[in-house]
Design a protein around this ligand. Sequence first.
Ligand code: PRP
Ligand code: ZN
Length: 293
Amino acid sequence: MNRIRVAIQKSGRLSERSLGLLQSCGLRFAHSKDKLYWYGRDFPVDLLLVRDDDIPRMLLDGVCELGIVGENIAQEVMLESNAGGDMTQLRKLSFGGCRLSLAVPEDSPVQSASDLDGCRIATSYPALTTALLVERGINAETVKFSGSVEIAPGLGIADAIADLVSTGTTLRANHLVELEVLFESTAALYGQMAKLTAEKKTVLDRLLARLDGVLLAAESKYVMLNAPRDSVEKITRLLPGAENPSLMNLEGAPERVALHAVCREAVFWEHLEALKAAGASAILVLPVEKMLA
Ligand code: PRP
Ligand code: ZN
């Protein structure tokens, strides 16, 4: 068996982007709607669709070789099982951004995190929260909640919560205010590298090379513009993350050139305005679909 299994979230914040990312790497799956196991059709990588909270444990238990999960969940499991060495973060991904924050009821006497000494804090991430509180010298007790952490203060079970915040809607809806960010998290690809056979390692390396290409392409843009021949150096410096542009002659306009470059950082309107001010015209910004370094 030299197939690799990747666990991703079945339904939730990370599901669509996780599947989309693997599909951008050219993976195609055969599946029936409610099945949790999707077979990789032309690449030996299969999918397991599970609850995100179960993914780190599945990696540690060797049920799958790869998993896409929030750093917050991965950290929690690594801390509680003390087994960080067996689960490696292979790539940080650009989606699923959120923060683990301390929050209290709007009318709470607690004004800052340092007022939380001796308080009870409800959270789904007790190990991570405890570690982060200790780092900050806050001496509080955590109470484990598996879901709906935001209702704990209202029920009188806790003085504060430590929960994931993304848009802040959940906090506002429950009349809670954010006190302090404890941890910034995004989705990441994790691997269980210890027991990989040589064949699986080869598959993993191929997948990672494709993934790097996709990640690089996602933030890259292909920029085309016309520029005065004597401003080429200045204009190249204004292009974010670009090096060695291609220059082409413009028929009938000897004093101007066409300049093409790959920008490996985001290109904003401000960049385009600066380019125009430096003499560039006919500026086009195109997405890059694939890239193999
Ligand atoms: C988190 C958290 C809140 C919500 C916050 O849950 O527990 O319920 O997101 O988001 P908001 O600030 O945009 O309102 P998560 O998406 O991780 O779901 P899960 O706990 O069911 O995995
Ligand atoms: Zn979850």
